[in-house]
Design a protein around this ligand. Structure first.
Ligand code: LMR
Length: 398
């Protein structure tokens, strides 16, 4: 019956979590694979603002009815405030359609389905490289996916001129998938000036920017990490934005994300919202209630919101600290090599330039887990494991 069903090769990131869990070298193993923040004690944190919100939600216990297809109003508002700014003209004019989604992946999926239905000729272009699931999600929705030049291994920077020239060759209504901050997997971002240039080209060529922001707050801060989004809106572009609270609220398993579409008019935003809801209905009906309530509570309570910002910046700063320490340790061990990329890159990830063979050696010989494309999740490092990791890396780099 199922002989024709092909074996699943496994996911390069989530599959690593399974491998890591079943590795019996418990005393030494280090997980630098999946994009998850761990504390200095190697634990997945429950943020204090989340504990406080959950205490509020639990007392008295709330009934668990279905949420609306597009989620809670306070949740939608929270997404809009964070992404577009509190005084956004587009929000005031009612031109933003926002829905709560099943994580950032759910936002991308609903967005991709919408694009396939309403812009059937559009192709989607992703950065080379990008988060692998971008390609799977868009292709899975029947959209042809291409790649635009991005990462430059020679300079550990962006192939900026090539990227701009490439965008000039695209067709009207083609989608360009952009990472406004903390590029996944490279950690290499555009400067604000470069964003402004790219967005002018996007406007000129009438392309559709799809901004995927899963690490807001981990780059510089909540506001400047949203520069590209806000600039695109200022330029009057129609913008798709997928966002995630998985990382910045440490609510990975609650599946809390959002999709916002900024339209030229209120009437169009209303049509878009209706179609997004219809897409939600035919795929999963409505978003989860508990995670939605936590996000709504934290984001719409002034005290909890301030507490949240502090907790995000604490995570950001610990990651920066680990970047500096790993840089210093490796530079001392292999002085002939340049490890400055650890300090220059932003967010949870560092593209180390390690080859697949070296990554496999790290895993098999040292129980240090990284994605095979050489991506390291810096947020898995701490003062107890960093020397061990640096020694292991130095060993495979020799
Ligand atoms: C990652 O890139 O590791 C995270 O976004 C988790 C995932 O779903 O891949």
């Amino acid at each position: 019956m199922f002989q024709h069903v092909e074996q699943y090769a496994g996911d390069p990131i989530l599959g690593l979590m399974d491998k890591f869990a079943s590795d019996s070298r418990n005393d030494i193993k280090v997980n630098l694979g999946v994009g998850v923040y761990y504390t200095e004690d190697g634990k997945l944190p429950v943020l204090e603002c989340v504990k406080a919100a959950e205490a509020q939600i639990a007392n008295p216990p709330r009934p668990r009815g279905y949420l609306p297809m597009d989620g809670l109003k306070g949740y939608q508002q929270a997404c809009q405030n964070l992404l577009l700014g509190k005084d956004s003209q587009a929000v005031v004019e009612g031109r933003v359609a926002t829905i709560a989604t099943l994580g950032g992946s759910g936002a991308l999926k609903i967005g991709a389905e919408f694009i396939h239905q309403w812009f059937p000729a559009a192709k989607c272009y992703v950065s080379n490289p990008t988060w692998g699931n971008h390609i799977s999600i868009f292709e899975g929705s029947g959209i042809e996916v291409g790649k635009y030049p991005y990462y430059d291994a020679a300079t550990i920077g962006v192939k900026f001129d090539e990227m701009c020239e490439f965008f000039k060759t695209l067709n009207e209504n083609d989608v360009v998938l952009l990472h406004p901050c903390c590029h996944n997997p490279t950690g290499v971002d555009l400067s604000d000036e470069q964003w402004d240039i790219v967005l002018d080209i996007i406007k000129d060529k009438k392309l559709i920017p799809f901004m995927d922001i899963a690490y807001q707050g981990f780059g510089e801060n909540m506001e400047s990490d949203a520069h590209a989004i806000r600039r695109a809106v200022e330029l009057g572009l129609p913008v798709f934005i997928s966002n995630s609270f998985s990382k910045n609220l440490s609510l990975y398993g609650e599946r809390v994300g959002g999709l916002s579409v900024v339209a030229p008019s209120q009437d169009e935003a209303c049509r878009v919202l209706g179609q997004l809801k219809s897409t939600v209905r035919r795929i999963y009906s409505s978003p989860p209630a508990h995670g939605g309530a936590v996000v709504d509570t934290v984001m719409n309570d002034e005290v909890l919101f301030e507490q949240w910002l502090g907790e995000v910046y604490e995570m950001r700063d610990r990651i920066r600290d680990m970047r500096q320490k790993l840089h210093d340790l490796l530079s001392a061990k292999l002085p002939e090599r340049d490890f400055s990329y650890f300090i220059k890159q932003r967010g949870m990830f560092s593209f180390t330039g390690l080859t697949t063979e070296q990554v496999v050696r790290l895993r098999e010989e040292f129980a240090v887990y990284m994605v095979e494309n050489g991506r390291m999740c810096i947020a898995g490092l701490n003062n107890k494991n960093i020397e061990y990791v640096a020694n292991a890396m130095a060993e495979v780099l020799k």
